[in-house]
Design a protein around this ligand. Sequence first.
Ligand code: GLN
Length: 267
Amino acid sequence: MKLKEILEKFGTVDGSFLIENLLGLSKTEIFFNHKMDVPKEVEIKINEIYEKYLDDYPINYLIGKKNFYGRDFYLEEGVLIPRFETEILIEKILKLGIEFKRILDIGCGSGIISLTLALEIPSSTVLGIDISTKALSVSNKNKDDLKVKNCRFKYSNLFESIEAESFDLIVSNPPYINAKDMEELDNKVKKEPELALFGGEDGLYFYREIIKKSHNYLNENGYIAFEIGYNQGQPVKELLSFNGYKDITLIKDYNRFDRCVIARSMI
Ligand code: GLN
């Protein structure tokens, strides 16, 4: 099997991702070596991967890796695949220029938000929580791989297991897909856990729950920052202003859809 055949089978993007990871070649090396033969054992592995790929398994699960904010994160089936759009949330939080001391990440998944903030704000202490034990084990592996000291992960159903702790920033990319959109998910997305995607009938369940209880865990003038769905800007903004938040800022993604919201507690 030649590199060219892999690129044809998987398409250029997924094909080169696969080659880069299985053969350690760079994009440029791939470009100039289309006719190169791959070793037999790699060919066998690629054929195994291809069977699952045809069954709509996302390439990131098959390789077990996804890059986020310039770092590689370990990944496995059962946790959400980090999305590029979530980097916007990180960027906007960092742009506030505040050295948050204590940060809570609700629904940490693979740990991308918790660990990225911990690394970008070294003076902070981050707690990432999740209801999924699979998510917690993946997060902990990423913490070890990235050698992050100022972050820990803990099992908690939303705030349930958080005792007498308060934070300067609560951040979350909660499940936010509504019942109707869940029915129209792409086959690849259907391979991701429903637990990480489904946000209740109207997709707003977790924003309601988090915002309602957030003041018990947020320090005076603390910040809250969410990733949101393309049509959730207005309803989440209303929830925030109704629940005592000010300076509510909606942020759009590169497709001009509302993607994040950041606000400050008045309480
Ligand atoms: N925080 C993780 C992420 O942004 C997981 C989010 C989730 O599972 N909904 O990828």
